[in-house]
Design a protein around this ligand. Structure first.
Ligand code: DAH
Length: 340
């Protein structure tokens, strides 16, 4: 028995454990009811009386040794070096990589901010639209080429057309149908056209529409609003000019140019040496549109304008290729980190 005790002692002293499960296995092996140490206690009954004292002492020592060893293995594991000593886990990781706003969002927010200073509020409408809001209510003739498959993405043709809006002017008719003047809204949003993707065209892009309807709204109001917008956006020295144009939903219609913000109007390759760059379409809301949307054109008049956010962004930041806006190339996006 003494021999067995001594050999167990030697074994136990040399024990090691790599994890908590190892420690538990050792505890079961030596100290559980059927463990090796406990079994020796069972055998103790057969030890002759004169040896009981000495062997009893040895056995107790063995049990204490096993208990201490297993406890110390467990403690050592609990305190094991996790690699975190001395680390301040509450510290923010560094260097902190700040995100940046997308250039189109920056410019959209600036346009919204300028118009909100004139009392315009934001209105929104769906990107998936019907023919009425995108075309018919806006005085597009039944055979107008913009309705053509060439331009418009149709989702469904029968029983009624369901399509992706080709311009944010559709929000105009939705707002006029649902409210009476005074109406002063801007509608930023994404629009879709069936175009081959290139540096100069994309099948989706962004527009901001503005609409002002009230009694006695005149072309002079439109012109003053345009001048204010152009100077706030491109600088106080900016000049504007209006060229007659045609849109089905405005009469008269115009396109606005601003003095080239790169050369100040002297002429450069950017403005094709004209000194002017085109930035938006506008006009007095056609009375047919007011009437189609439930607003009495004998009492009210209004102006509308629409611009492409990509176009304004190109002018501000000289982005040469439209595709950059949707490629999510972080090298491009990080260039706008300091803008806000
Ligand atoms: N909807 C026109 C387009 O997509 C832009 C436009 C022109 C909007 C004149 C207007 C406007 O509100 O009056 O090309």
């Amino acid at each position: 028995m003494i021999e067995k005790i001594n050999s167990l002692k030697a074994q136990i002293e040399g024990l090691t454990a790599g994890n908590a499960a190892d420690v538990e296995a050792l505890r079961i092996k030596y100290l559980s009811k059927k463990g090796e140490v406990s079994l020796l206690f069972n055998d103790f009954r057969n030890v002759p009386a004169e040896q009981k004292k000495a062997i009893g002492q040895q056995l107790n020592e063995l049990k204490n040794l096993a208990t201490d060893k297993i406890n110390s293995l467990r403690e050592a594991l609990d305190n094991a070096d996790t690699g975190c000593e001395g680390l301040d886990l509450s510290r923010t990781p560094s260097p902190i990589r700040l995100g940046s706003r997308h250039p189109l969002s920056l410019v959209r927010n600036e346009i919204i901010s300028i118009f909100s200073r004139l009392g315009f509020t934001i209105a929104e409408g769906p990107e998936i639209e019907d023919d009425w809001h995108v075309f018919s209510s806006l005085n597009f003739a039944a055979d107008h080429p913009a309705r053509d498959m060439q331009d418009t993405f149709f989702i469904q043709r029968k029983p009624a057309d369901v399509l992706l809006r080709t311009h944010t002017s559709s929000v105009q008719s939705r707002v006029m149908e649902n409210s009476q003047p005074p109406i002063r809204i801007i509608c930023p949003g994404r629009v879709y056209r069936n175009e081959a993707i290139s540096a100069r065209a994309h099948c989706f892009f962004h527009q901001v529409e503005a609409l002002y309807v009230d009694k006695n709204v005149s072309f002079a109001d439109l012109k003053q609003t345009l001048l204010y917008f152009a100077q706030e956006m491109f600088g106080q020295e900016t000049r504007i000019r209006l060229r007659p144009s045609y849109f089905p939903f405005t009469e008269p219609s115009a396109e606005m140019d601003i003095s080239c913000n790169l050369c100040g109007g002297k002429g450069c390759s950017f403005c094709k040496h004209t000194g002017w760059v085109e930035i938006l379409g506008c006009g007095m809301v056609d009375p047919n549109v007011l009437d189609a949307c439930g607003i009495d054109s004998k009492v009210y008049s209004g102006f509308a304008l629409g611009m492409g956010i990509e176009r304004i962004t190109n002018l501000k930041y000289q982005v040469k290729d439209l595709r950059m806006f949707s490629e999510n190339d972080t090298r491009f996006l990080e260039e706008f980190q300091s803008a806000h």
